[in-house]
Design a protein around this ligand. Sequence first.
Ligand SMILES: Nc1nc2c(c(=O)[nH]1)N[C@H]1C(S)=C(S)[C@@H](COP(=O)(O)OP(=O)(O)OC[C@H]3O[C@@H](n4cnc5c(=O)[nH]c(N)nc54)[C@H](O)[C@@H]3O)O[C@H]1N2
Ligand SMILES: Nc1nc2c(c(=O)[nH]1)N[C@H]1C(S)=C(S)[C@@H](COP(=O)(O)OP(=O)(O)OC[C@H]3O[C@@H](n4cnc5c(=O)[nH]c(N)nc54)[C@H](O)[C@@H]3O)O[C@H]1N2
Ligand SMILES: [Mo]
Length: 767
Amino acid sequence: MMEAESDLEPRVGPVPKGEPYFHPYHHPAAGWGAAKSVTKFLLDEGTLIEGPRAIMKMNHENGGFDCPGCAWPDDTKGLKLDICENGIKHVTWELTHKRANREMFARHTVSEMHEWSDFKLEDQGRLTEPMVYDAATDHYVPISWHDAFELVGRHLRNLENPNQASYYTSGRLGNEATFLYQLMARELGTNNLPDCSNMCHEASGRALTAALGTGKGTVDLKDWEATDALFILGVNVASNAPRMLTSLTEAFDRGAQVVHINPFIEAGATKAIIPHDFLDMATFHATRTSTLDLQVRVGGDMALLRGMAKAVLEQAKTDPKAIDSQFINRHTVGFEEYRALCEATPWEELERQSGLSRADILKAARIYTDADRSIISWCLGVTQHEHGVDTVREIVNLLLLRGNLGREGAGPSPVRGHSNVQGNRTCGIDHRPEPEFLDRLAEVCKINPPRDHGLDTIGTLQAMNRGDVKVFIGMGGNFALAVPDSPFSYEALRNCDLTVQVSTKLNRSHVVHGKEALILPCLARTDKDHQRAGVQSTSVEDSMSMVHLSVGMKRPASKHLLSEPAIISGMARAALPASPTPWEWYIEDYDRIRDTMSEVLDGFEDFNRRVRLPLGFRIKQPARELIFLTESGKAEFSSAKLADVVPAPGMLALGTMRSHDQWNTTIYSDNDRYRGIKNLRELVFMNEDDMRERGISEFDPVNIVATAKDGSHRYLDGYLAIPYDMPRGCAAGYMPEMNVLIALCDYSTQSDQPLMKHVKVHITAAT
Ligand SMILES: Nc1nc2c(c(=O)[nH]1)N[C@H]1C(S)=C(S)[C@@H](COP(=O)(O)OP(=O)(O)OC[C@H]3O[C@@H](n4cnc5c(=O)[nH]c(N)nc54)[C@H](O)[C@@H]3O)O[C@H]1N2
Ligand SMILES: Nc1nc2c(c(=O)[nH]1)N[C@H]1C(S)=C(S)[C@@H](COP(=O)(O)OP(=O)(O)OC[C@H]3O[C@@H](n4cnc5c(=O)[nH]c(N)nc54)[C@H](O)[C@@H]3O)O[C@H]1N2
Ligand SMILES: [Mo]
C-alpha cells in the first residue's frame, strides 16, 4: 500500500481511504455487519480459502488451536463453531501470504521504516528469518540462529549484574514457553519479568489476592449460565470479548438481569445477533444483551459500587434477607467497619463521584438484592485507574454482602485480555514472586532463584532511562508502542545496549531499538511446531482458569522460524553455557517441560494427562471452595477511602481504549463500526455540552493538553472532536496513539498500572 505524507506521521493506523465519517450505530452487535467485515478482511489478506479452513479448527474441544485472540473461555457444551469476527481477523492476520523477508529489509533502512505507520509495518507480513541491526548501513541484515543466540549470550554473560536485563512477556506466550522463560531469567539471577498484565489486570490480581487469597476470578461459564444477575463494568464486549455476547444473549433470554456500567453505551450493551446461530443470522433476529445501562463517569465505579452497598445495607434494616449474615459471620472479616463506612458516606458524595443519580444507584442495588445469584465482571474500565485496586475490592465487598461466592452462578469474573495472559502469571511471570513458588522452583529445577522483587513495565522503563537496564528482551508484543509516554519510552529503549524482539510481524519495537538489536521470528499459534518427538502442542489458560492444549495445523510461514520454547532454550544455553537445566532435551518433547511444571506449579499435578482431557482441566480455585489463603483465613472486606475522581474545573478525564478494528497495537483498519466511525482514528469523543462550552463542533480539530502528576504537560494537536453520548467531564480516544499523553509518572500507587483510563486533560478548539 502506498502511504501519503501526513502531518500526523508516523501515524498508527492506515492512511484513510476516504473522508472521516461519523453516524451513531443503532444496529445489533455481531450479525451480518460482522460477516461482511470478515469476508473483506479474508480477501485483503489473500486467505479466502485457507482462512475459513483454519477457523473451523479453532477452539475445538479435541485438537485444533486456541484462538490467539482474547481469553474468553470456550463454549463448554461441546462447541462446534464458537468464533467471532475479531477472532477470525486475528487468525487471518497470522495466516497472511505477505512476508517481511530479507529482500524487504534490504530495500529499506530502519530510519525509513521508522517513518512508516504502524499499520504499514505490520502489513509487510510475517517475519521469515533472524535479523540483526547493522549500524553502519542502518539496515537489518540476516544473521544465523547460532550467531543470534551467541550475541544475546555474550551480552547477558557480560552484565555486571543480572538485574541489568529485563524480560518482557506479552500475553500470547504458551505456558511451556512461559515456564522456560522465567526459569531462564531466574537462573540468570533476576526477577525482572515485566508483562502486559502490568498494564491490564495487575489491579485485579492484587485486589483479589488481598481479599480472597487468590488473584483470579472464581466463576466459570457454567456459573454464567446459572446466574440471575450479571453486572458488567468497563468492558467493550462486542469488540474485545465478542464471544461473551453469546452468554449475554443467553442470560437475557433466560430472564436474567444484565446491567452494563460504562460511560459509553457500547454496542454489546444493547442487542446482538450471534454469528454462529445461523437461524438468527438469516432472519436478522437480534436478542437484547442488556436490561439496564448506567453511564458512570470515568473512574466513578467505586462510588456506584459503594452506593449499591449502602442501599443493600439500608434495605437490610427492614429486610434481613437483603444481606447474608450467616455467610458474613462465618466467612468474612471487616464487615462492621465496612458497614459503618457505607453508612457514613453521604448520598450526595456518591452521586457526585459516580455521576449517577441516587435513583439509578438504588435501581442497580434493587436488581442486586432481588437476584439470588450475581456475577460481577469487569475489565480495563475498572483497572486502569489510580484506585483500581480499591474498586476491585469494592466489587468483592458487594459480593460478600450477599454471599455471592463459592456457590453456583455467583462470584467475581474479571475479563482477561490476551489469550494466555492469565497462564503467564500462573506459570511464573511475576516480578513479585511468592517465596513458596521460588522454593519449589529451587528444589525441582536445582537453581538458586533471586529473592528480591524485580522490575515491572514502568520500573523497567525508568531503569532503562537511568542506564540501569542495558538488555531488553521482548517475548512477543510491541513494548515500544504499548507503554505510556512514547517519546520518553523510545529514548529508554534506544539507551539499551541490546534489544531483542521475539515476534511474528514487524512492529514499532523493531524500529525503536537499542544500540545493538535482534529480531527473532517465531512460529505463531496456528503454525505447526515439529520437534524431535513429533508435532508439539502448547497449553494456555483462559479467563476462567481452564487449561487446555493448542496445536498449530498450518505449514509455518517460513522454514527458518523457531518455536518460542526453542528460542528461549537457545538464548538460555548461550547465556548459561554450564547450566544444569536440560534446555535442549526439553525442546525435543514439550511433555518433558510439562512434567517439570507439574512438580513446581500448584494445581498442575498430572499435567500431561489432564491437559489432554477433551476440555482440558480447571486449576483449583481455593476461594471457590470458600478456602481463603489470606492472613485472617477469611474473605476480607476492605474499607478504603472513596476516591475523588471529579475533574477540576475546565479539565476532562480522558480514557484511552481500543477501536473495533484493532488488536492492541495491531491496527486492522481505521473504522470503528460499533461507534459509527469510518476513516478516522485521530479523534476524541466528547460530551456535546462540553464541546459547546468550548466552542467546538463535530469534526473540529482540537488541541489536547495533558497534565501529569508531576505537573508536566504533554500535547496532542489536530485530533477531531466527535460528539458522543457520554457523561459530562469525560473524554475518550484510541490507544496506542494517545500514549503520548500519558506520563511515565502517571501510574497507580496501588497497582503500579499506568493510568490509561484517566488522563487529566484540557481540550480546546485548535488555534
Ligand atoms: N478485538 C480485540 N479484542 C481484544 C483486544 C483488542 O485490542 N482487540 N485487547 C485484549 C486485551 S489485551 C485486553 S486487556 C482486553 C481489553 O478489553 P476492554 O477493557 O474492553 O478494553 P478497552 O477498549 O480499553 O475498553 C474499555 C471499556 O471501558 C470503558 N470505560 C472507560 N473508562 C471507564 C470507567 O471509568 N468505568 C467504566 N465502568 N468503564 C470505563 C470504555 O468505554 C470501554 O468500553 O481486550 C482483549 N480483547
Ligand atoms: N494507552 C493505552 N495503552 C495501552 C492500553 C490501553 O488501554 N491504553 N492497554 C494495555 C494492555 S491491556 C496491553 S495487554 C498492552 C498490549 O501490549 P503488547 O502485548 O505488548 O502488544 P500487542 O499489540 O498485543 O503485540 C503485537 C505484536 O505481537 C507480536 N506477536 C503476535 N503474535 C505473536 C506470537 O504468537 N508470538 C510472538 N512472540 N509474538 C507475537 C507481533 O509481532 C505483533 O506486532 O497494551 C497496553 N497499552
Ligand atoms: Mo491487556
